[in-house]
Design a protein around this ligand. Structure first.
Ligand code: EPU
Length: 432
């Protein structure tokens, strides 16, 4: 049985340049939404990550033709879809598979899709998606692990989301693009990937207004056309390299970013003491001799992103004094703290609050990536821990970070993926 691990040796400060890939969460919304478009679309700047490969596999299984034109460029041909029923294992491994419901419903008036999977961050209900589909006139039923939706004719309506949800906002936009009349989504998510999805669909002929604000208006259109569209850079990948650079006391130029999307992360890093210089689509993050303690609360965009929370907590372990981090989006996003403690972190967790006593040194150990961003946080920790850190379950990390070990190596980190053909315990690798 293959058993892949990331092995990190205590590294020097990161130094050099790194380019950010296309946004995972944009790609995972745009690729399934091509099903709704019904014509061939060419999507550029698609990140080379396993979640995208999985999404392509899911689309292929319902009859969508996927053609890799060149690295980062995928042609998606949804003209001959063979099934509105997506009931296979791959669906259950990813969250974004539920965008197929909106896309199939919007195009064919029906969908039958297995319940989605994704990172374990606590309860991840779909009630707001269902509320939206029902407001458009669809009949929805969840039974036997499947979501069934059906409608003779979707009709635009007002949908107020009870909480800000990226997934529900995206799914309701997709389902309403070809509905009759106007749909108004209130309390909508404002994340950059929601805007990217709307821009993509508008370039196919949709009429979506207000994406990026909390009221989105979708005027239904009867026909969409194929397009070529370039995905925005990944805000969270960029933020992860910002923290990796700063936490290792480094100096890194991060290229291919939209600096506006990184304002909350930059503001907090500057509060902690980072030096940040902006220039068009790049930013440089460097250590300036201090790590100040700081409090952070995660919130929907433009607040501090929950997907940067584990990386931020890791950075705060370097800051002398007490820092507090409040998780404002997910019920259970501090499970990884037990892994950070193995490296020497002093963190206590009470519900949505983590209290970090920072300033003590980390010593390498064997740890497990419990989810994608938790895995990224452990990599950052391994970079500044002394000795060797070995990270297991790296498939979580590969879901969302393109070539992360290569990119960090190019910045001077001593990091590599180690393959071993059996299930030996971690300490054997350390001893090797
Ligand atoms: N929620 C409900 N009911 C719903 C939908 C959401 O109660 O019908 C709750 C959730 O339980 C959560 C909150 O609303 O407490 C926000 O959930 P949201 O729907 O915004 O999350 P999501 O769409 O499932 C996306 C990203 C996540 C990211 C969140 C928040 C994708 C594929 N995933 O998830 O990304 O954390 O938005 O920004 O876009 C990641 O990339 O590591 C990741 C987990």
């Amino acid at each position: 049985m293959s058993n892949r691990r990331i092995v990190i040796k205590s590294s020097k400060p990161l130094f050099g340049e790194v380019a950010v890939a296309g946004a995972k969460n944009s790609a995972l919304a745009i690729l399934p939404s091509v099903v709704l478009v019904g014509e061939v679309c060419r999507i550029e700047n698609v990140p080379d990550i396993s979640d995208v490969s999985l999404m392509c596999k899911i689309l292929s299984k319902i009859g969508v033709k996927i053609n890799m034109i060149s690295p980062g460029c995928i042609e998606v041909d949804p003209r001959c879809i063979s099934s509105v029923c997506a009931d296979f294992d791959e669906i259950r491994y990813m969250r974004a598979s539920y965008y197929l419901i909106g896309a199939l419903l919007g195009r064919f008036g029906k969908a039958r899709v297995s319940m989605p999977g994704g990172c374990d961050l606590g309860l991840r209900p779909m009630d707001q998606h269902i509320k939206g589909f029902e407001a458009l006139g669809a009949k929805c039923e969840i039974s036997g692990g499947m979501t069934n939706v059906v409608s003779d004719r979707l009709v635009g309506n007002r949908v107020y989301l009870d909480m800000v949800s990226v997934g529900a906002t995206v799914n309701i936009i997709i389902a309403s693009v070809k509905a009759k009349g106007t749909t108004v989504i209130e309390n909508a998510a404002k994340e950059p990937h929601v805007v990217d999805l709307a821009n993509f669909l508008n370039s196919c002929g949709a009429d979506i207004r207000g994406a990026g604000t909390d009221v989105i208006r979708v005027n239904g259109v009867s026909k969409l056309r194929g397009t070529t569209y370039q995905i925005i850079p990944d805000q969270i990948e960029a933020g992860t390299y910002m923290i990796a650079s700063f936490a290792t006391k480094g100096n890194v130029l991060i290229k291919n970013v939209i600096t506006r999307h990184l304002e909350s992360v930059s503001a907090k890093l500057m509060e902690i003491g980072a030096n940040i210089e902006y220039k068009e689509d790049t930013l440089r993050v460097s250590y300036d001799g201090k790590f100040n303690r700081c409090n952070v609360k995660t919130m929907p965009y433009p607040g501090f992103p929950t997907d940067m929370q584990p990386q931020m907590v890791t950075l705060l372990t370097r800051c002398k004094g007490t820092s507090m981090v409040t998780e404002g989006v997910w019920d259970s996003r501090f499970r990884y703290v037990s892994e950070l403690r193995r490296l020497g972190a002093q963190i206590s967790v009470d519900g949505h609050l983590a209290v970090i006593e920072g300033g003590n040194d980390f010593i390498g150990n064997c740890v497990k990536a419990l989810d994608l961003r938790a895995g990224a946080a452990l990599i950052i920790a391994g970079l500044f821990a002394s000795g060797v850190t070995t990270i297991e379950n790296i498939h979580h990390i590969e879901r969302g970070y393109e070539n992360i070990t290569e990119k960090l190596s190019s910045l001077g980190a001593d990091i590599r993926v180690v393959e071993s053909s059996n299930n030996r315990k971690c300490y054997h690798v350390l001893g090797a």
